[in-house]
Write a protein that binds this ligand. Structure first.
Ligand code: 5GP
Ligand code: ZN
Length: 139
């Protein structure tokens, strides 16, 4: 896993603008921010996605994100913060090391594309069938 860019950031081989660190988690600014304060929260132990990450590391990432989102609120005074996490290339995941995006929205900045999809009523029969298929597979 030598080539993983986020593992290299954790090791300090690539610089980053760190905002928070603990035993299991690192949070740093995204170098291509969608908005001011766009922050990534990652586990220090490499895991590619939500299917692979351990429950313990997942909990640590999300508990850390609660601290960071509070700091974002206190310093940047956003009107909202979108939390986004992509799994797999088909969902546009580019860096294959689990990461949670914290994307603040301020009134001066454009609408966040990730949160502005068109609301259209779904087909209830199809939604029900899909829910049944997923719920039967939950382990
Ligand atoms: P995703 O995999 O969820 O599509 O997004 C990966 C994110 O990582 C992108 O928002 C991208 O800007 C960010 N990113 C990619 N390489 C680096 C890097 O070397 N440093 C930092 N700080 N962010 C990066
Ligand atoms: Zn990695």
């Amino acid at each position: 896993m030598e080539e993983c860019i986020f593992c290299r950031i954790i090791k300090g081989e690539i610089p980053s603008f760190k905002v928070y660190e603990d035993k299991k988690v690192l949070a740093f600014e995204d170098i291509n921010p969608i908005s001011t304060g766009h922050t990534l929260v990652i586990p220090k132990k490499h895991a590619e996605n939500l299917w692979e990450i351990s429950a313990e590391d997942l909990a640590a990432v999300h508990l850390a994100s609660k601290k960071v989102i509070k700091a974002i609120k206190d310093t940047l005074n956003p009107i909202g913060v979108a939390c986004l996490q992509l799994n797999g290339r088909g969902a546009n995941q580019i860096v294959m090391h689990y990461h949670l995006h914290l994307i603040p929205r301020s009134i001066e900045e454009p609408e966040l594309p990730v949160s502005s999809w068109e609301i259209k009523q779904g087909d209830m029969k199809s939604i029900k069938e899909t829910a049944e298929r997923i719920s039967e597979a939950v382990e």
